[in-house]
Design a protein around this ligand. Structure first.
Ligand SMILES: [Ca+2]
Length: 495
């Protein structure tokens, strides 16, 4: 089976020190910042908190008030005080709608002055950037230390993590929410704004810096695709991997139709290739530090987070490594289809697509006899068999043992129910119930399970002819027809 495990980054609190990506500037209380230092010309002001509370401000389990009398405000005549009134197990937060028509993607960072008061001496906080439905598209953890003076903080938009609700881009962000995640007497804010001009390619530059630092590396591919490697790959190899990436993008565009709705901005679909497992796992440590979360290093041979696919160099495979294709498919499904990686409900489609494509091009990844043997007995409805009831697969973030079934399910839908697959992807990406997609196509989950099984029993019957030579599962997609014929007859298996 595919030797790939999903281990997510854990959302845990880390050190009190500000990571390099949240830049602190000290601002003495007696010296309010000037307009020049705030850079007004390049600023999308959310509020200066001088004359009135910002329109639409809402708070959960907190009082919000203007305060002009509890110290010198950072800028102007007033600031905002958030006074938590916490309840066990409930979230303390304050939400700030953005000005109508504002688009934060035109700015480089969120910025504000902050001053906190807490018994612990510091407060754990998190920004959420939300779409029109209030779903989190981006998030940024940070902590603020108790001080008697203002600190100005910047959070570059390149170093915000995606949320686990919805994939999107900064043009869709309609509000930001400050979540208070530890005890605090009060939190004061001033001059809340998006600021600075984003450099072209900033997201890719940030990613390469986190991945490789000053280490020598090669890159290939054109935006939105990026392949980068600090390992033994030579440039011709890099170009071949990038060309393969492009074919995945073309294939996805052809078979997924109007489910292709890329996130905008300069967010790349990337494949990062590290020299060895240690270097690879170091990337997740550095990434977690930049995001101020803590990381659990992945095991196996590849891992994709957001639109960032990662793997290592292998002498055995060179450029033509099955796991590269697999992870590139995950990265593109996130960027082009807005399917989240490592999130229940999205998982079965992500893994179905990646494993289907892997089996199309690298059939040695799985033994065809497993299908032949298991399509002869009914699906065990208790979920203990090789194949699981579909109702158990579509809601989970499960493991590698279901990859083969998911690949066959995608294969079935692409051949027989392509519109159903498109509608399932769209409903999932939009956070809707997948029942809507089944209804629209006049089928039920049970109908699909039965039809998929009957198709599989026929397609993988011991006397059926494999579509692309012995041991193959599915026809080679047209994008790879020329390449597939020039490949060695039997590539090594990656298990
Ligand atoms: Ca102010």
């Amino acid at each position: 089976m595919f030797n790939r495990k999903l281990i997510a980054l854990l959302l845990a609190s880390v050190s009190a020190a500000f990571a390099s990506s949240a830049v602190a500037q000290e601002q003495p209380a007696s010296q309010p910042a000037t307009d020049a230092s705030v850079g007004r010309a390049e600023t999308l002001a959310i509020s200066g908190f001088d004359d009135a509370l910002p329109e639409g401000l809402s708070a959960k389990l907190a009082e919000t008030m203007l305060c002009a009398d509890s110290g010198v405000p950072a800028v102007g005549t007033g600031c905002l005080k958030i006074k938590p009134t916490p309840k066990a197990g409930k979230t303390v937060s304050a939400t700030f709608p953005l000005p109508t028509g504002a688009s934060p993607d035109a700015y480089a960072a969120l910025s504000c002055f902050i001053r906190v008061s807490a018994k612990a001496g510091q407060v754990s906080l998190r920004w959420l950037a939300e779409d029109a439905d209030g779903k989190t598209l981006f998030q940024r953890k940070f902590s603020a230390e108790k001080k008697d003076r203002w600190t100005r903080l910047f959070w570059p938009l390149t170093a915000w993590r995606w949320g686990s609700d919805r994939a999107g881009d900064w043009t869709q962000v309609k509000s930001i929410t400050l979540v208070v995640e530890s005890e605090a007497q009060d939190i004061q804010l001033d001059e809340l704004a998006f600021t600075g001009s984003p450099a072209s390619g900033a997201q890719a530059d940030w990613l390469l810096k986190v991945a490789f630092g000053k280490k020598k590396h090669l890159t290939a591919g054109e935006q939105p695709l990026l392949v980068a490697s600090s390992s033994s790959h030579k440039q011709p190899d890099m170009d071949k991997i990038a060309a393969n990436f492009k074919l995945v993008e073309t294939w996805m565009g052809r078979v997924l139709g109007d489910a292709v709705r890329p996130v905008g901005g300069d967010c790349p679909a990337a494949l990062l290739i590290f020299a060895d497992a240690k270097d690879w796992q170091g990337f997740f440590t550095r990434l977690a530090a930049d995001w101020e979360t803590s990381a659990v290093s992945p095991t196996g041979t590849g891992f994709t987070i957001q639109t960032y696919a990662t793997s290592t160099y292998s002498d055995k495979f060179g450029w033509d490594r099955p796991v590269y294709l697999h992870e590139m498919c995950h990265a593109l499904a996130a960027r082009q289809l807005r399917l989240l990686n490592g999130v229940a409900g999205h998982w079965w489609l992500q893994e179905g697509l990646a494993n289907y494509l892997q089996l199309c091009l690298y059939p040695s990844s799985l033994n065809r006899d497993e299908f032949a043997a298991n399509f002869t007995k009914p699906v065990d409805q208790t979920g203990k068999g090789f194949f699981k009831p579909l109702k158990m697969l579509v809601t989970k973030d499960a493991g590698t043992q279901e990859y083969a079934q998911l690949a066959s399910l995608i294969g079935y839908m692409l051949e027989n129910k392509p519109q159903l697959l498109i509608d399932l992807v769209k409903a999932t990406a939009d956070g809707k119930k997948i029942a809507e997609a089944f209804d629209k196509n006049n089928v039920s989950l049970d109908d699909v399970e039965k039809a998929w099984f009957d198709w599989g029993a026929k397609t993988f019957a011991p006397d059926a002819t494999p579509p692309n030579g012995p041991g193959s599962f599915f026809p080679v997609p047209e994008e790879w027809k020329d390449i597939a014929t020039s490949r060695p007859a039997s590539l090594p298996a990656e298990k």
